[in-house]
Design a protein around this ligand. Sequence first.
Ligand code: GLU
Length: 366
Amino acid sequence: MVKSIRGAAALTGLLVLSWPLVGAAQTPAPPSAQQPAATADTAPLPKVVLFATGGTISNRAGGRLTVEELIASVPNLTRYVQPEAVQFANTASSSMTLDQWLDLSRQINARFTADQDLAGVVVTSGTDTLEELAYFLHLTVRDERPVVVVGSMRNPSTLGYEGAANLEDAFRAAGDPMSRGMGTVVVLNDEINSAREVTKTDALSLDTFQSGRYGVLGVVDSAGVAYYRRTVRRHSAKSEFDVDAIKALPRVDVVYTYQGATGDVIQAVVDAGAKGVVIATAGAGATSGTQGQGTAYAIGKQVFVVTTTRAGQGRIAAGGGGRGGNTPTYRIAGDDLTPIKARILLMLAIATTTDGSQIQRMFREY
Ligand code: GLU
């Protein structure tokens, strides 16, 4: 549920604020907030909105940090940006619902449309399913301006909490003109990764977010933000996925391949109402046991079956086997997306079209 933006009265503890509070009209802004726009060459500082959703970055023992407390935890943030705050949720990432994802994307899109002076958006998230939310926003926030998703591996009550440092990096990346056109990026551990490519690779370590062979897009360090490459796949401003036209995301399940796996699992998710099934196959498309019967059952019920690999990297290419032309088909090649990201694209694809050749095109383009 979206909560209203909190005023100054809600602030407790932590550091003294020196940033303009949205919706706190009666509260006189401190001098630094009245004149936030001065840099060496007097250009205004970039305006960046933080949508806080929760996660370890705010999961303080004795009570979660509010969005205002998160901003206040970054010393001297107003040297870099004019921050604004929205408390969207305050929960673990895996507790967010798909309806909340749609709502968050709609709110970010609306904010960009309403405020042409806005430089970018930061979203805090728990790290467990962060890459899923990030890829969803990458596909559905239709603007050139960046969305930066950030979290932390240590909570605010733990020695070595890195959340404030990550948040500062995220604000700097969101305010940097070089981030335009990058879509949604993930910033932790001083690194900028593309939402499309990044995966949480370690349950605990601080350098857990990795993009495999593709590597980082860039870095944030004491000298600033630096990019070294960009992803060429379609996203953000060029996306066709319109969250205002999607009332709810369809059910899509992920089924793993392992030795002797049974197809009745696939049949069960189809019977439970799945409109799509992503198979995390072995290698470049191998299923095992009776899974072939399961996928045949799904296709017989006009349920889309997307082939991805459980290997972590590598492409399942489209082509051959009656997939061309305009003939609707239910067998889709998942390209190089991880199974969980293929699920997100498939949910958006099915919400947009029932034409299998169009869905296969989407997997080629995004
Ligand atoms: N690591 C958890 C997550 O991904 C955060 C735990 C919490 O905030 O309760 O959301």
